[in-house]
Design a protein around this ligand. Structure first.
Ligand code: SF4
Length: 414
């Protein structure tokens, strides 16, 4: 399909969701909230506030100086350090990554470099925790900016989940509930699942994990992402009325007791602010402008969006979908803008654009800037470990149980 220059310009995103995106991220370190970007308006829970600490000298360095420092430190450190870059990370940082991938791929990639004493994770907090859980005993993990949390992961904390778990057991009066946490959650929640016969899932293996969970019990408590839980359950044939969303702030969880007992998937009211932005209207617009336009979205998108798309899948599935498309195809993608732009650059023979015409990156990924990367790498050269993320041993032990259950869960034969 031929696309006119006019359409190409119209396809390009021309506005951003937040004027603060033009500022450097350290401007927002120490301020409440997640900073500019998709999750700017999400309430940040108090215990999760993580002040940034980039020294002023690094804030004042030019881009050229920062990049020269990163290159020099990387060369000096050699095999002693491995840098991981998440798919959603900005290009100025990703260019230094030894591995680029999703959170679980990256944690596993680090295992292939046991000689690296330091893993620098250019992602967000829960990813650095997962890497620390899976890393060797002699490896440590650094998150260049500790203010890089994840608003979705922060929507479920272990105290609230424990309270909801107890309330649920009182109503259901049995041991027939299996906790399932999305990879995008704190280590404490992965450990909770490990202690209570539960499991971790990713967006790639959510249906396999739910199948495993249904073999262990009658119902699943799925947190923190309601959309991944609902979309996965629906694709497996679970009726919507058997997937109620609980309100963990209410003593009775805000759901009729009989509905709780009959449920197969109990959803937590969490969401990703990046993927929540995608709408059915955006899909209709893309299709009305381009005959044959294919639409693929991430399963963290709301159910009507997933239903309206041609396909849905993890970041890896989206990459495969784009790779398998024919030259000249037009593909509209519902996921984070940095990944979409990178795919567009990798496939110049196809027209690839983000469904959302407004540039609105993940606020928390945005917090990692070359300034922080230069600062932590310089620290390693000087023998100082900055911004280490270390999961306590007892938490890591229980979390590892839930992760190992996930690795052992295999898809059912068709
Ligand atoms: S894209 Fe969404 S789920 Fe992923 S790190 Fe950002 S806020 Fe969290």
């Amino acid at each position: 399909m031929t696309i006119s220059i006019h359409d190409r310009i119209a396809l390009a995103s021309t506005s951003t969701c937040d004027s603060g995106l033009a500022a450097d991220p350290w401007t927002f370190d120490g301020m409440p909230g997640y900073g500019p970007g998709a999750s700017a308006a999400d309430p940040i829970p108090d215990p999760v506030a993580r002040p940034g600490q980039l020294p002023v000298a690094y804030q004042r360095m030019s881009d050229d100086e920062l990049h020269a420092r990163i290159r020099a430190a990387k060369e000096t450190l050699g095999e002693r350090v491995v840098i991981l870059g998440h798919f959603y990370q900005r290009d100025e940082v990703v260019q230094y990554a030894d591995f680029v991938g999703d959170s679980f791929q990256l944690a596993n990639a680090a295992l292939t470099r046991p000689e690296a004493e330091t893993i620098v994770f250019c992602g967000v907090h829960f990813m650095a925790e997962t890497a620390d859980i899976l890393a060797g005993a002699d490896q440590r993990v650094i998150l260049p900016n500790l203010a890089a949390g994840c608003s979705m992961a922060d929507m479920a904390d272990v105290d609230t989940v424990e309270a909801a778990w107890e309330a649920l057991r009182e109503v259901c009066g049995d041991d027939d509930t299996v906790p399932v946490t999305y990879m995008n959650s704190s280590a404490a929640l992965k450990a909770f699942c490990g202690r209570h016969g539960g499991i971790v899932c990713t967006s790639s293996n959510a249906s396999t994990v739910l199948e495993w969970a249904f073999e262990q019990g009658r119902r699943v408590l799925f947190f923190p992402d309601q959309h991944l839980g609902r979309n996965t359950g629906k694709a497996m044939g679970v009726p919507l009325e058997q997937m109620p969303m609980i309100d963990p702030r209410k003593p009775d969880l805000g759901v009729d007791p009989q509905v709780l007992r009959d449920a197969r998937v109990l959803l937590w009211p969490g969401f990703c602010s990046v993927h929540r932005r995608f709408t059915v209207e955006q899909i209709e617009n893309a299709r009305s402008r381009f005959d044959g336009c294919k639409v693929i979205v991430h399963p963290e998108c709301p159910m009507p969006v997933v239903d309206a798309a041609d396909a849905s899948g993890s970041t890896d599935a989206i990459r495969t979908f784009v790779g398998a498309a024919a030259p000249g195809d037009v593909i509209a993608i519902g996921t984070e803008i940095n990944l979409v732009n990178r795919l567009a650059a990798e496939h110049p023979d196809k027209t690839i654009f983000c469904l959302d015409p407004v540039v609105c990156p993940c606020s928390t990924m945005y917090r990692i800037h070359p300034g922080y990367l230069a600062w932590v790498l310089d620290g390693l050269v000087e023998g100082e470990v900055r911004n280490q993320v270390a999961v306590p041993d007892d938490v890591a032990r229980d979390a590892r149980i839930a992760l190992e259950r996930m690795l052992a869960a295999l898809p059912k034969a068709p």
